[in-house]
Design a binder for this molecule. Structure first.
Ligand SMILES: Nc1ncnc2c1ncn2[C@@H]1O[C@H](COP(=O)(O)OP(=O)(O)O)[C@@H](O)[C@H]1O
Ligand SMILES: [Mg+2]
Length: 360
């Protein structure tokens, strides 16, 4: 069931067209992640949904109720939508407890208890409840903002890069805790993030924004494996992009004849593989002889970074080159487990697992 619906939403600030025709459907109880480069309109979109701005054109509807359409708009405080802003936006003159309890009635029974519970759920020590926002770290402030938004029991929660001030370990555990918290409360959520892994793991629907509109919306798997174009492919992870000639469900490419994910195409196109699809097996120069249909490469660079090692592999032959020159000097960049990665100068045999994706 569609819960939130945006149709053709536009917003302009003077000469800047911040949103240029946004369409989005969000199911009740689901989690959506919005990713896109800085300045593409993500924050503007959340502010329009929350009701802090009005669209120039288009409609926003929540649970069947039109929130904004041309001039008419339901005011922000009547929308039942929580927004955790990028900078937290806490009230500097209020204590942390009063920030969290801001939306609760003073007369609410168990007010202090609920504030303490909310602080606990977002991982804040109750010792800080008496402090003021400036006495907290950036990460703690973001968590207070989240607790404050949760306290209002919103129907829809909008999170604008809420984990960006946290360091890696804390970030992953907070993300998981917040996802579980929102899920348990049945709150539909939209998360804006810069972090592709965060988007893919948090959400059931991912929307990639570019220049004020969505260039692709789909499940994490669809977007990761079948991105519409190169920019989307590279935004969601590392990608190997190769020239190829496509026909009958196969690509002839510098990595040989590869199955592709469409039988419709019959043209010269670019194909994409995720680096983890390229498997390496150590061999030697002697191991290369008498095997003309196998593909070999030499490791030319290796950068150890703990759990992963990034290596560059230069192809030594090309099994089926439609345009061998196009890859000739460009090595494949692969990430392998750090413990067992081949070293510079080693010869490897390459095979590809799964299908290649044909880009538009
Ligand atoms: N209040 C405003 N006045 C003028 N320009 C704005 C305002 N808010 C945002 N913009 C502009 O709109 C564009 C989109 O901004 P924003 O939504 O903040 O992007 P993002 O969150 O994706 O980084 C940017 O070019 C930004 O400078
Ligand atoms: Mg922003």
């Amino acid at each position: 069931m569609s819960f939130l619906e945006l149709r053709d939403v536009h917003k302009r600030y003077g000469p800047v067209q911040a949103l240029a025709g946004v369409d989005l459907t969000v199911a009740s109880g689901s989690r959506t992640a919005i990713v896109g480069p800085s300045g593409c309109g993500k924050t503007t979109l959340l502010r329009l949904i929350a009701g802090f701005e009005t669209p120039d054109q288009g409609t926003i509807a929540l649970a069947g109720e039109v929130l904004a359409n041309g001039d008419g708009a339901v005011p922000a405080h009547r929308r039942g939508i929580g927004l955790v802003a990028q900078d937290g936006a806490l009230f500097p003159h209020l204590s942390i407890a009063d920030n969290i309890g801001f939306g609760m009635a003073r007369s609410e029974t168990r007010r202090d208890e609920r504030i303490a519970e909310l602080a606990y759920t977002v991982g804040l020590d109750k010792a800080i409840l008496k402090r003021r926002p400036h006495q907290l770290s950036g990460g703690q402030q973001q968590r207070v903002a989240l607790a404050r938004a949760m306290a209002m029991k919103p129907r829809l929660m909008l999170l604008d890069e809420p984990f960006s001030a946290l360091d890696t370990g804390l970030r992953a555990s907070m993300r998981k805790a917040v996802a579980e918290l929102l899920e348990a409360a049945g709150i539909t959520t939209i998360l804006v993030t810069h972090d592709q892994a965060e988007a893919l793991s948090f959400a059931s629907q991912v929307a990639v924004m570019r220049d004020g509109k969505f260039s692709q919306v789909g499940t994490p798997r669809e977007l990761y494996l079948r991105p519409r174009d190169r920019m989307i492919a590279e935004f969601l992870g590392d990608a190997i992009i190769l020239p190829a000639k496509i026909s009958d469900g196969f690509a002839s490419s510098p990595l040989g004849r590869l199955a592709v994910d469409t039988t419709e195409r019959r043209d010269v196109a670019r194909i994409m593989l995720r680096p983890e699809q390229v498997l390496l097996k150590r061999t030697s120069r002697e191991g290369m002889s008498g095997t003309p249909d196998m593909l070999f490469g030499e490791v030319t660079e290796s950068e150890f970074a703990g759990s992963v090692c990034t290596i560059a592999v230069r192809l030594l032959n090309s099994a089926d080159p439609p345009d061998a020159a196009a890859i000739g000097n460009t090595p494949l960049i692969l990430r392998k487990p750090g413990m067992d990665a081949p070293a510079v100068g080693e010869i490897v045999r390459l095979t590809v697992s799964g299908t290649a994706h044909v880009l538009a």
